[in-house]
Write a protein that binds this ligand. Structure first.
Ligand code: PLP
Length: 359
């Protein structure tokens, strides 16, 4: 089922950034955005692409008071065969609906949502940057928008999609990151919203992130919220370890975000003949492996960086170096294969890369 989408084009198109090496992340936005309203009576209605700009919001809107917001993050790639492509977009739509279900927000029709992404990306295709490693970041988000303060599942909502040309994540080569394991704050607990991609999870994570940054670490690695013992995930990435030849990644227990990059990595690694264990892994087990030399590689996975090698791990006053602070062979192979598929440089046996339009 497709949604109606009216298109109002901007009369003042913006200049495209001249220097693609300075794009950064989420700084610049394209000429248009998608908006659609929801009400309990009408369902989703008034799907529209309009010039990018501020949107009026009621001062009592649910999202401003009770944080009823979920989002997604995906990229459009300018592929080698002169097409614009998305990577497993249906996975993002399914996850958006799972997040919506958790926060009592209205769901979207899968086919209709994909049509929204395709229509907007095709209209903005000239904004997909050309340089190696660059892409058009797509940020769909959905929020509760009842114009009053009662606390209940919303009757009104907005679905929006904005797009931002982003730079190569590794403009200066892939450098391993320094990660601090957080022992005070927790990100999520089972039964909470950890598996939903919701803004509130991020709001609660900022304090630990700031503390880690002040101490020279790039991101926080979260432990489980109950025992503060089991590894969960890193900031906006899932995490994987290669220990004595086996790949170990925290199981999706409900407090971990089910990453699409994580899922793709697991599928590839299994195809390459490795054993992959999705299970609980404690910080003690991890550091025992680091101390006895069996921790061979550690990396994060997520749409922004694809894979991000971890060079240092800090916990309770101790710091461990992983893989001589260099990218490991398997981490590199994952990076090469996933980016190869995304930019159409290698054969896509899985049908993960989905064409939007000719470039
Ligand atoms: C989005 C996100 C990830 C990574 O998911 P991908 O689908 O691989 O981009 C991991 N953890 C958190 C908390 C996230 O929000």
């Amino acid at each position: 089922m497709k949604y109606e989408i009216s298109i109002t084009k901007t009369t003042a198109p913006k200049e495209h950034p001249a220097d693609e090496s300075k794009l950064g992340f989420g700084q610049i936005f394209t000429d248009h955005m998608f908006l659609m309203d929801y009400s309990k009576e009408k369902g989703w209605y008034n799907g529209r692409i309009v010039p990018f700009g501020p949107m009026p919001i009621h001062p009592a809107s649910t999202v401003l008071h009770y944080g009823a917001e979920i989002f997604e993050g995906m990229k459009a790639y300018r592929a080698k065969d002169n097409t614009i492509r998305l990577f497993r977009p249906t996975e993002n739509i399914k996850r958006l609906n799972n997040s919506a279900e958790r926060l009592c927000l209205p769901l979207l029709d899968e086919e209709g949502c994909l049509d929204i992404f395709n229509t907007l990306v095709e209209l903005e295709k000239d904004w997909v940057p050309h340089s190696d490693g660059t892409s058009l970041y797509i940020r769909p988000y959905l929020f509760g928008n009842d114009p009053h303060l009662g606390v209940h599942a919303v009757k009104e909502a907005v679905f929006a999609v904005i797009c931002s040309p982003v730079g190569a994540y590794y403009a200066e080569g892939i450098n391993p990151v320094k990660i601090a394991i957080e022992s005070q704050d927790v990100r999520a607990v089972r039964g909470g919203t950890g598996y939903a991609k919701c803004g509130g999870n991020y709001a609660a994570s900022l304090r630990a992130g700031e503390r880690a940054e002040q101490q020279g670490y790039t991101q926080v690695l979260w432990l489980d919220g109950v025992e503060r013992k089991y590894i969960e995930e890193v900031g906006s990435m899932n995490v994987m370890f290669k220990i004595a030849g086996k790949i170990i990644t925290p199981a999706l227990t409900g407090s971990v975000l089910p990453g699409i990059t994580r899922k793709s990595c697991i599928e590839l690694i299994k195809e390459w003949g490795y054993e992959v264990e999705e299970r609980l892994i404690s910080v003690d087990e991890l550091f025992a492996a680091a101390e006895n030399g069996t921790l061979e590689e550690a990396w994060g996975t997520g749409t922004a960086a694809v894979v991000s090698p971890i060079g240092h791990l800090f916990y309770n006053g101790k710091e461990y170096t992983v893989s001589d602070n260099k990218i490991g062979a398997l981490t590199q192979k994952l990076y090469d294969n996933l980016t190869g598929i995304q930019w159409g440089k290698i054969e896509d046996k899985h049908g993960w890369s989905v064409k939007v339009c000719e470039a």
